[in-house]
Write a protein that binds this ligand. Sequence first.
Ligand code: NAI
Length: 689
Amino acid sequence: MSAPSDIIRHHRNGSAAIIEIDRPPVNAINHDIRAGLIAALAAIAGDDGVDRIILAGADDIFAAGADAGEFGLPMVEPDLPTVVTALETAPVPVIAAIRGACLGGGLELALACRWRIAAPTAQLGLPEVILGVVPGSGGTQRLPRLVGMKAALSLIPEAHSVRAGAALKIGLVDQQDDDPVAAALALPLASFEKRPPLSQLPAPAADPEAAAAALARARRRMPRQRAPEEAVRLIGLAASDDFGDALAAERATFLTLRDSDECRALRHVFFAERGARAPARLKPVVPASLDDIVVIGGGTMGAGIAHALARSGSAVTLIERDDDALQAGRKRMSGLYDAAVRRGMMDETAARAEQDAIRFQADYDGIEGAGLVIEAVFEDMKVKRDVLTMLDSAAPEAVLASNTSYLDIDAMAGCLADPSRLVGLHFFSPAHIMKLLEIVNGARTADHALATGYALARRLRKIPVKVGVCDGFVGNRMLQRVREAAELLLLDGAEIMQIDRVMRGFGYAMGLYETQDMSGLDIAWANRRRQQATRDPRRRYSKVQDHVCEAGWLGRKAGRGWYMYEDGRATGPNPDVVPLINTEAARHGITRRELPDDAVMRTLLLALINEAADILEEGIASSALDVDLVLVHGYGFPRFRGGPLCHADSMGIGMIRDRLAALQETDPVIWKLSQLIGRLADAGQRFLD
Ligand code: NAI
């Protein structure tokens, strides 16, 4: 680690003292930066010839925020408010010269300056709520004084940031210049010398309407989270309270939130995302070229994958089984391009050109130069093996990838002359939008193929998580387990709407049954039929879901699933499901009884957590972070709960062990306490330790 003096440098340039922050990669503000700034200001204060101080970041970043790594640790003085005050009360005015990210604590430093000059690359905002906190060093008070209530309320509670141009328009910066330091040097003293610091500006006028709208937006976008609501409240104080009192309220709120489960969980996901990349072992491995990629199957997934690949600049060939299917695939892709144009992501000419460049064909001709081939054909081992057998000779050099949801990659690889070429690349639907990519490491998958998976994730800006081979890998295996738990809860007496309601109450955007209706019940049904032959006959199995499918109630697309639909909108629960549940409960000898909401949610969580622990124990996932990433990014587990294992830690491992042990007594086949949980509880440890 560099010494503070290397991180904060200062030098004279004419009558200006220039202070530079240099802590790569993003100048995250830690103790060294804070102490260094105080020391630099003290050193400059003794220099009579200085008429201005220019605060800048070395290279192309001002400061991307406080170092979240320090959040879990005791605060070491000086804190950021002290630095902000020192900048605001420096003997000569300070000018912020801003390039690149100027976010969170970085913007709070800039708001302590008398004048702000931004390069076109600058990005400014106070996105603290993303990490479950509010600005803690005056941001909620200085920003509304500078840009007004409305703008502050649209920026802070929803973590929006603005580019230099927009910042200039709302008055967040005073000037835009390609070279902000040179501009600060050239600035006539008279233009900023007499300016009062922002803390001394008159309070902004209250805007209850804008505050109510901001609160409603925050509740919609980040439901059940405290930080966005607190941000709205604190911004309101800028109008009603004395600056010093409001500042103290802001700091107290920041410190409370910093120690909350919400902040801990959001930090956990943030760091897990940042750590999701190829392991060091793969660094020297050269991946296959991604310039020319073939996708086999132009259905829901194939079309989405091909679209994402073309958008990222790869030359794409889409292969279907016959001309009719090819036509359908082409239509699906043009639908995706139409949507991209509608959303303003590209113009029509570019969309047309990109589509025209995609090769559509119903044979395997001319693909021998491809670096990567991704199959997304039917979820059927025979179909997949037939395709791979064709590829064995048609694309002899390529890395081959399967997008299978559940099937055994190793069994697929068996039909290749070189099985090490095959890797699983499990995309999520819609493939061009969802951020998660499970990279399935088969028993014989070569490092070259794995590295190609990571390189693809990088190119598509997806979050890669390496997983091992098992039925459903990490995500779908856990989903199956939670579905099973939900089905049995229905037999015990829970209601479909109750399960969905408690999941939404926990923070999911949709409940389990609403989600099933939305994506269609048929894929999971086919999967259950596939598993029938190997299912443990002692394992309790509810046939309700199968009866629902047999009746043709396949979800929203069929107008009926667990719920009823009219014009695509749910009108209420499907009344014919309840008799199915009652009959099935009777067949199991169960007398249904009312279950409390908290017991329902806890059972679903226990199922998830126990399965996750087994997944870790078996080495299917490499870390608790990986499991949490999969559930947060692929299955809607609320981000502010951090994922099932982060949440398990806050529930308490001892309590989880005891509850699972009690469930095991009632049904030792379904509820088999994971050994890992037993060991952690005995040792007083947690998943994230
Ligand atoms: P789909 O039924 O929409 O599309 C499959 C496509 O493959 C069809 O267009 C079909 O004509 C084509 N196809 C079938 N046999 C072929 C062959 N021999 N050669 C060329 N094309 C052939 O299915 P979907 O949903 O796109 O799933 C594809 C794969 O992706 C499956 O393995 C599925 O498990 C997996 N998956 C599906 C997800 C989903 O949410 N739908 C999510 C993640 C993975």
